[in-house]
Design a protein around this ligand. Sequence first.
Ligand code: FE2
Length: 368
Amino acid sequence: MTNTIEADTLRQWLAAQQPVTVLDVRSDEDRAQWAIPGSVHINAYDALRAVQPGALATAALPVDRPVVTVCNAGRVSQVAAAILNERGFDARSLVGGMKAWSLAWNVADIPLADTDVHVIQIRRTGKGCLSYVVGSGTDAVVIDPSVEANVYGELARTRGWTVRYVLETHIHADHLSRARDLAGRARATLLLPAQQRARFPFTAVADGQRIQVGNATLEVRHTPGHTDESASYLLNEAAVFTGDTLFTNGVGRPDLHAESEAVRQRARALFLSLTTLRQLPPEMLVLPAHTSEPIAFDGQPIAARVNDVSTWLSGWIASEPEFVERVTARLPPAPPNFVRIVELNEAGEFPSGDPTDLEAGANRCAVR
Ligand SMILES: [Fe+2]
């Protein structure tokens, strides 16, 4: 029997900065898609599949720490762990491989000048999904939950907050929403931007509306473009949750779930939304729902000041026709399974079985 390690244990090790070598044995192609931050890569996939004992002969790994071997689904990595165990390493194979790792997450505290309100960024490290817990006094709101519901409940509980609201910026296409599940468990109010897509009970929020959480106020701004209903939420004068409308280094793709002429229309709507967002106070923090790279366990927030974003965004939105051209010419390939994910998110259903069957893989929400 090979020694193994569960994805959640590895997550805890990395979060605690425990010394470990993560050895990725996948092909160059798979590695290029996404990877565990800080991992070492040796393309030994074919040799390991053929169970060649010399497969990892060139691997010079530190001997003073455990090695976690990683492949796509946790089978070939067992061969790698066995070979390294033979060589005297404390090697363990990651159960379920990168597919299981797709659920791993870490956190970063967002520094705000306002001490009355606290924001925690919860990052789904592999997929790059960013969600937030905003707490003030004894109340909290969770925005765009993308990891298991109990993670948010536990984070809120340890800070002395009760989750009053669960809020989405839009109907997601890249991950299965945990919003409905979390709202049910926490007995919180589920808030979604006004739209006709969701087929389950929710409370609609519209442009200009305010949501009070302790001493914090979230103000709704309708910012269509990525999707028709996409909204951004202004947290006092401190931060703005931009969903997939505006990222720290790119903008939301306007093409998912739209016909080609609708894509251009959405790109025009996105142009107007970005023009509005750029006019927010320069010191305000932009807190998006995604990043394109796997997220390190470094506690560093993924955020940018409106001022910093303006530096590149101004060029993008100098003219509407050029913006539409640019965005539609740079669309990345559609995320895997997005049609099915959208269907489930509109129905408010969560598939029984393993959600990573649908969700695994890199994030492709941005145009850069
Ligand atoms: Fe999205």
